[in-house]
Design a protein around this ligand. Structure first.
Ligand SMILES: [Zn+2]
Length: 71
């Protein structure tokens, strides 16, 4: 008598562990903020020291008062 072949019915397991977070696209990374062109000025009208990115040194209040048009 020949003994029957003992075939082990083990399922083939895939050993490759796929990491879903390893291939994050660079779009998801936080970008550094773009540096603005702010400059520190002193308003010639009221002496207010503030930051602005405009060309005039006059603050918004003095500009509304019309001091910019004064010659
Ligand atoms: Zn002002």
């Amino acid at each position: 008598m020949t003994p029957p072949n003992h075939t082990k019915g083990q399922p083939v397991q895939c050993a490759c562990m796929t990491d879903a977070f390893a291939a994050l696209p660079p779009e998801l990374r936080p970008r550094p903020k773009k540096k603005s062109s702010l400059r520190k000025v002193t308003c010639p009208g009221c002496g207010l020291v503030y930051w602005t990115n405009r060309e005039t040194d006059l603050c918004m209040e003095c500009e509304k008062k019309g001091l910019a048009a004064r010659t």
